[in-house]
Design a protein around this ligand. Structure first.
Ligand code: AMP
Length: 302
């Protein structure tokens, strides 16, 4: 089934206690579509500048990602610079340069419009709605966002949420969006904005899913070496949505499997800088880590 994503394609400059990477491939749509490409066909909508090298385009194409909706225009590609301390759960944004995203007007190619599933990755909420308006009644709409948009465009974000079925957000963003420190209460407020399913990502502490069936909690994979958490949220979303778009089963059982699949993909991503670890995974590695997750969190009744 087809999965449409709009989000950023970027150059990231990242510093963690374990090393640094300068102007490497990043962006919410890049991580998302690379991760989702292991499960389903992905149609990408984004913009890059004239400084974006062909090697990155070729990589995305090799992963089978449809790039008909990737516009290349005059100007510079979006850039993000971030830093992490020993608490890798918290990214400190040092600089955000919107560049070509400032005047971007997404135009969906005709063959993108019938997408069954749409993912509005982290990007200006106005652009998220622009894309949604051009899609013909998708069956499921999911979205992500970040503190930058909660601070600068909260009203627009809340407007977007009216059209969203599934929201993926991290714990500090859920608190910031609602002004509510308790996550269970914050979840209730967010579901009243529109999304009936909400996934709150808590970095190394895992993910909590809230929906009408109740609450599901998946752990994060206990890795010994975490090098760079950049893109973990988008890679999680790619595994989660890719799995769901492939099965088109949005039952609670399937949402739970998707949550674990997202955690599997994110666990690979944080093991190296940029997309280095998830560029070329063997599907057997993915399945085997999925089973390890099952063993990790399984216990018998008393
Ligand atoms: P994550 O670590 O999953 O939250 O996402 C990190 C990615 O988001 C990086 O690769 C950045 O390029 C991208 N990013 C950072 N800030 C923004 C923003 N304001 N809008 C869109 N994408 C962003």
């Amino acid at each position: 089934m087809s999965l449409l994503v709009v989000g950023s394609v970027a150059f990231d400059t990242v510093e963690t206690p374990f090393g640094q990477a300068e102007e490497v491939l990043g962006g919410s749509a890049t991580y998302f579509s690379t991760s989702a490409s292991y499960f389903t066909d992905v149609n990408l909508v984004a913009v890059v500048g004239e400084d974006f090298p062909d090697k990155h385009i070729n990589f995305l194409r090799l992963r089978g990602i449809n790039l008909d909706g990737l516009e290349r225009t005059g100007g510079k590609t979006f850039r993000w610079q971030g830093k992490y301390g020993y608490d890798l759960n918290e990214a400190h944004t040092l600089n955000t340069e919107l560049n070509v995203f400032e005047h971007f007007k997404p135009k969906l190619p005709e063959h993108y419009r019938d997408a069954d599933v749409v993912f509005l990755a982290n990007i200006d909420p106005d652009l998220q709605r622009d894309v949604l308006k051009q899609a013909n009644k998708p069956k499921v709409v999911a979205a992500d966002t970040m503190n930058f948009w909660i601070e600068s465009k909260k009203d627009s974000l809340i407007e977007t949420l009216k059209y969203v079925d599934i929201l993926l957000i991290n714990d500090s963003e859920a608190r910031q969006l609602t002004g509510e420190p308790n996550l269970v209460k914050a979840a209730r407020t967010i579901t009243s904005y529109g999304p009936k399913t909400l996934l709150i990502k808590q970095g190394e502490y895992g993910v909590t899913m809230f929906n009408s069936h109740g609450i599901f909690i998946a752990p994060a994979y206990p890795l010994e070496n975490v090098f760079d958490p950049t893109g973990a949220g988008d890679t999680f979303a790619g595994g989660f949505m890719g799995y769901l778009a492939n099965t088109m089963d949005f039952s609670d059982t399937s949402l739970r499997r998707g949550t674990v699949m997202g955690s599997v993909m994110a666990s690979f991503n944080v093991e190296d800088f940029s997309l280095n670890k998830i560029r070329d995974l063997d599907y057997k590695e993915i399945e085997s880590r999925f089973r390890e997750f099952k063993r990790l969190s399984h216990f018998e009744d008393i």
